[in-house]
Write a protein that binds this ligand. Structure first.
Ligand code: NAP
Ligand code: HSE
Length: 327
C-alpha cells in the first residue's frame, strides 16, 4: 500500500468538498489504486474557528507547517485571490509538491509561471476547476490540441451570472434576491463583485486563451461588462419577445491573426446555441479545424462539481506518475 499525504488550502465551499470526497473515496482508492490518501493539514485564514467534523490538529494558518508534513505529495488550493495563493503554490512546487488549484484569479495571471516552474521541479499542476466548474474543458482542450487547432472559443463561463439571469426570468425575482440565492448555494464568491462584473468570466477566458493560443490579449484592451445593470423588467420584456440575456465570453484570432476577446451580456433568440443553457450551467464552444464545432455543457460552479474535478486532476497525476512512498 502506498501512503500519500495531502493538504488542502481553504476550507470553504470547495475545500470542504475536496475533504468530503477524499474521505468518501478513501477505501475505493485503496482497493483500486493501492493508494491511501490521508489529509494531513488544512490551511485556513482563521484556524480558531470550529469546523464540524474536523480535528483542530488538522488546521493551520501557516504554509510552512503545511509544507513540513513528511511525504506531502499534493496541495489542493481553494483559497481566494492572487496572494497569498500564488506564493503558497510557488513554495509548494519548490518543495517538490504537486499542486491542484480552483483559483482562476491567481491562475489567469500566474498559471504559465507556475507550470514552467513545476516542469523544472518535476511536479505537476492541475487547474481544471479554475474554468467552467465541473465541465472538463481544460482536459478536453489539452487532448484535442495535440491534433486540432482551436481558432475561436465562446461560452458562458460564470455560473452565478447565468443562475441569476435564469432565476430572474423563470421565477420573476429581483437581481438582488437571485444573487443571495446563488451565494447560499455556494455558486457566488464570498465577495460577488467578480461574478456580476464579468471579471470572473474574464479570468477564466484568459486561462482558455493561454491554452488555445499560447497567449492572452492585452488585458487593458478587453471590454469586460457584467450583468449587474440588467433589470427584472428588461429580462421579462426580452422573454416576451422570445429572447434571453446570456453573459457571453469569447476569444479568437481575427483574419490577420491578431487575438481579440470580449465579455458581456447579449440578447439571444432560440436559434443561438447558448439560448437553452439555464441555471448554474456553463457552456464552452470550441471552433476547431478538424473536429468542427465542439460544445461542452455542465455545472459551472458548486461544491461537488468543482471539488470532484480537482480530485480527478490529482488521480490523473497519480496515474501518470505514481507516488513514491510505500509503507
Ligand atoms: P469560500 O467558500 O469563500 O472559502 C474560502 C476559504 O479559503 C476559506 O476557508 C478561507 O478561510 C480560506 N481563505 C481565504 N483567503 C485566505 C487567505 N488569505 N489565507 C488562508 N486562507 C484563506 O470560497 P470557495 O467558494 O470555496 O472558493 C475557493 C476558490 O475556488 C476561489 O478561488 C474560487 O474562485 C474558486 N472556485 C469556486 C467555485 C465555487 O463554486 N464556489 C468553483 C470554482 C472555483 P476561513 O474559512 O478561515 O475564512
Ligand atoms: N463564482 C464562480 C461562478 C464559481 O459562479 O462561476 C465557479 O468558478
Amino acid at each position: 500500500m502506498t501512503s500519500v499525504k495531502v493538504a488542502i488550502l481553504g476550507f470553504g465551499t470547495v475545500g470542504e468538498g475536496i475533504f468530503n470526497i477524499l474521505q468518501e473515496k478513501r477505501e475505493q482508492f485503496k482497493t483500486q489504486l493501492g493508494i491511501d490518501l490521508d489529509v494531513a493539514k488544512i490551511l485556513v485564514r482563521d484556524a480558531t474557528k470550529q469546523r464540524v467534523g474536523i480535528a483542530n490538529t488538522l488546521l493551520t494558518e501557516s504554509i510552512d507547517e503545511v509544507l513540513a508534513v513528511p511525504n506531502l505529495d499534493v496541495v489542493f488550493e481553494a483559497i481566494v485571490g492572487e496572494e497569498p495563493a500564488y506564493g503558497y503554490l510557488d513554495k509548494a512546487i519548490e518543495h517538490h509538491v504537486n499542486v491542484v488549484t480552483a483559483n482562476k484569479v491567481m491562475f489567469a495571471k500566474f498559471g504559465q509561471v507556475l507550470q514552467e516552474k513545476a516542469q523544472k521541479y518535476g511536479v505537476q499542476v492541475g487547474y481544471e476547476a479554475t474554468t467552467a466548474g465541473g465541465v472538463p474543458v481544460i482536459k478536453t482542450m489539452e487532448n484535442i490540441l495535440r491534433v486540432n487547432d482551436v481558432n475561436h472559443v465562446q461560452g458562458i463561463l460564470n455560473g452565478t451570472s447565468n443562475y441569476i439571469l435564469t432565476q430572474m426570468r423563470t421565477e420573476g425575482i429581483s437581481f438582488e434576491t437571485a444573487l443571495k440565492n446563488a451565494q447560499q448555494l455556494g455558486y457566488a464568491e464570498a465577495d460577488p463583485y467578480n461574478d456580476v462584473s464579468g471579471q470572473d468570466a474574464f479570468k477564466k477566458l484568459m486561462i482558455l486563451s493561454n491554452l488555445a493560443f499560447g497567449q492572452q490579449p492585452n488585458w487593458d484592451d478587453v471590454e469586460v461588462v457584467g450583468i449587474s445593470a440588467i433589470t427584472l423588467q428588461q429580462v421579462q420584456e426580452a422573454d416576451a419577445k422570445g429572447q434571453r440575456y446570456r453573459h457571453i465570453a469569447e476569444v479568437g484570432l481575427d483574419e490577420d491573426g491578431y487575438i481579440f476577446a470580449k465579455i458581456g451580456p447579449q440578447l439571444v433568440d432560440a436559434t443561438h446555441p447558448l439560448y437553452s443553457i439555464d441555471g448554474v450551467d456553463n457552456a464552452v464552444s470550441l471552433d476547431t479545424n478538424y473536429i468542427g464545432k465542439l460544445t461542452l455543457v455542465g455545472p459551472g460552479a458548486g461544491m461537488y462539481p468543482t471539488a470532484s474535478v480537482m480530485v480527478e486532476d490529482y488521480a490523473d497525476m497519480l496515474v501518470k506518475k505514481p507516488a513514491l512512498v510505500t509503507i
